[in-house]
Design a protein around this ligand. Structure first.
Ligand SMILES: [Zn+2]
Length: 219
């Protein structure tokens, strides 16, 4: 039997025996009965007028104690967003501390912030796995991030030959790779097919590898 497809970051819950997914929920969304989830405080939240960091963090901590909530995320930094960067950093650091304390791997939102994210990983001596979602960088970015033990997850940008990830994708070590649908309507299988094609490997080999990565992190 082939291992299931893994969709490491999505906003749409599907029920399918051949699919393992981590569905991202907002803190105000209750957890459905089955499946795997992630809860986090997105860096854009820091910008909302009524945002209360302490209350949100408390709420997050409660959500993370549920065994079906596998990961903390999305959390991270976004330099293209108008949210104050210092506030984003504070929010991210608090979530790094929570991830380490509760032993929840993190799913990262990173826009133009690789260097800051790596520096914070070092500063906090973070041991939990981090998965950078929606990755679309260059060969150099790949080396830098994987060199720090960060996993990279690639989504439907792989279906667009004009994107730089289309060329750099082959440089991602298979044991640090995930695939995702995020907000896309495209099925995860389509993304796996394209990934296998670009890597010149059989899709079943890719399924086995990514499922092994998932098992290694989340046991
Ligand atoms: Zn997302």
């Amino acid at each position: 039997m082939n291992p299931p497809f893994v969709d490491i970051h999505t906003h749409t819950a599907k029920s399918d025996d051949d699919l393992v997914q981590i569905v991202n929920l907002n803190l105000d969304q209750p957890r459905p009965e089955q499946g795997y989830y992630s809860y986090g405080i997105h860096p854009w939240e820091a910008d909302k007028a009524d945002f209360q960091m302490e209350t949100a963090l408390q709420h997050l901590e409660e959500r993370l104690t549920n065994p079906n909530v596998l990961a903390l995320g999305e959390a991270g930094l976004d330099k293209m967003h108008k949210a104050n960067l210092e506030q984003q950093v504070e929010l991210f650091e608090r979530q790094i501390e929570l991830s380490e304390a509760l032993q929840n791997p993190m799913i990262l939102h990173d826009v133009k912030s690789h260097n800051e994210i790596i520096a914070l990983r070092k500063k906090h001596k973070a041991q939990q796995p981090w998965i950078l979602h929606g990755f679309s960088g260059t060969e150099q970015d790949i080396k830098q991030l994987i060199g720090q033990g960060i996993y990279l997850s690639v989504g439907e940008s792989l279906l667009h030959p004009e994107k730089k990830i289309y060329k750099s994708f082959k440089y991602i070590d298979l044991d640090h790779l995930f695939l995702e649908t995020d907000m896309a309507k495209t099925g995860i299988e389509t993304i796996y097919n394209e990934a296998a094609k670009l890597l010149g490997i059989d899709i079943v080999v890719l399924q086995k590898q990514i499922f092994a990565n998932f098992a290694r992190i989340f046991e």
